[in-house]
Ligand binder design. Structure first.
Ligand code: SAM
Length: 326
């Protein structure tokens, strides 16, 4: 278990710095930060972050921190500007179960002897937060840890903020219940299961939010319980919104058809005038999962039918999605 020992915390001066030690430790995969004495204000704010964003992290008190270090079942690594170079360390050591010690203004002299390794992240003075972040990132080989169990998650996007509130994303069981309650036809249920499987395969390769993807795949055709026509994605989006579920889920459902629909195409179908083009990763994965759930032959057949119906641009977008997502 990766842990951190924070020494020298002064409640009057170091609240912010020590909070950042904890947040950095948590974000980069540590499960605990030990303090000789826990600062309850700091503990409360870090606990709030874990409750909201998930993961398995806690602050622990260990008055006899020397004993913790002596008894630690793993490598004890003290980060200090005076230590051995980090590059050489990772090139020659296989780190096991690390307890990483970071100080504040000064650490007690004994730490240098108690630690298995004294390691420097460059030999210039900087900060415990920076040193810890770089060390953990090297230890993780640059891969960001995953978090589960939170109330919300921040999803990567190049433009603006995307936050998903998990309290408004139904679990798979709730989705099944809705499918059954609304009397979805057997063949649509079979297709839905195939789309779920295909979407999860795409998730393995491309990532995306698993809860949003699962609910999106399961509900993408919920509008078919109202109509089999071109307006079924719109009806589905309406149902999702009526359930009080997240708008991002409603958008997945609304934008899943073919390669999505432009405003002009929507108007030509008599649908409300707006774009129904998949934009987010999750929207694209469910859309493509739907197009390719029946394998290559069905995809080609779908393309042909789209072309024949006169939706040349839509067919092109389906192909473009295939080129993008494989
Ligand atoms: N003289 C201190 C030292 O031993 O690195 C610098 C004190 S600094 C304000 C607080 C903490 O930041 C240190 O206890 C150490 O854990 C960390 N730190 C600062 N510079 C570092 C560096 N170049 N390499 C590794 N850790 C560093």
């Amino acid at each position: 278990m990766t842990s951190v020992l924070r020494l020298g915390h002064r409640p009057d001066r170091d609240k912010r710095m020590s909070t950042h030690v904890c947040l950095t430790a948590r974000a980069l995969g540590a499960e605990a930060v030990y303090f000789p004495v826990v600062d309850s204000v700091l503990e409360k704010s870090v606990k709030g972050v874990t409750e909201r964003f998930g993961g398995n992290f806690g602050i622990r008190e260990r008055r006899d921190w020397q004993e913790l270090v002596r008894e630690w079942d793993g490598d004890v690594i003290h980060l200090t500007m005076y230590g051995d170079d980090i590059d050489g360390f990772f090139a020659s050591q296989n780190v096991r179960n690390p307890l990483i010690i970071v100080g504040s203004e000064k650490v007690p002299r004994g730490v240098y002897e108690l630690a298995d390794f004294n390691i420097s992240v460059g030999n210039q003075p900087h900060s415990e937060v920076a040193a810890l972040a770089i060390f953990l990132d090297r230890f993780n080989r640059g891969r960001a840890p995953k978090f589960s169990g939170g109330k919300m998650a921040v999803l990567p996007t190049g433009n603006g903020k995307r936050v998903v509130n998990y309290q408004r994303i139904p679990g798979a069981d709730e989705c099944y219940r809705l499918i059954l309650e609304r009397g979805m036809e057997q063949d649509v249920i079979v297709h839905t299961m195939a789309v779920l499987q295909r979407t999860l395969e795409l998730h393995e390769v491309h990532g995306g939010d698993i809860r949003l993807l699962t609910a999106g795949a399961l509900l993408h055709d919920i509008g078919r319980t109202v109509t089999q026509g071109a307006e079924h994605p719109l009806e589905g989006g309406k149902i999702v919104r009526e359930m009080g579920w997240d708008n991002q889920l409603a958008n997945i459902v609304e934008r899943h058809m073919g390669g999505g629909m432009t405003r002009e195409e929507a108007e030509s179908q008599g649908l409300p005038s707006k774009d129904y083009l998949p934009e987010t990763l999750e929207e694209k994965l469910v859309c493509h999962g739907d197009n390719t759930a029946g394998g290559d032959e069905r995809f080609e057949d779908l393309l042909l039918r789209t072309e024949r119906a006169g939706f040349h641009d839509s067919a092109q977008r389906m192909r473009a999605l295939k080129d993008e997502l494989g």
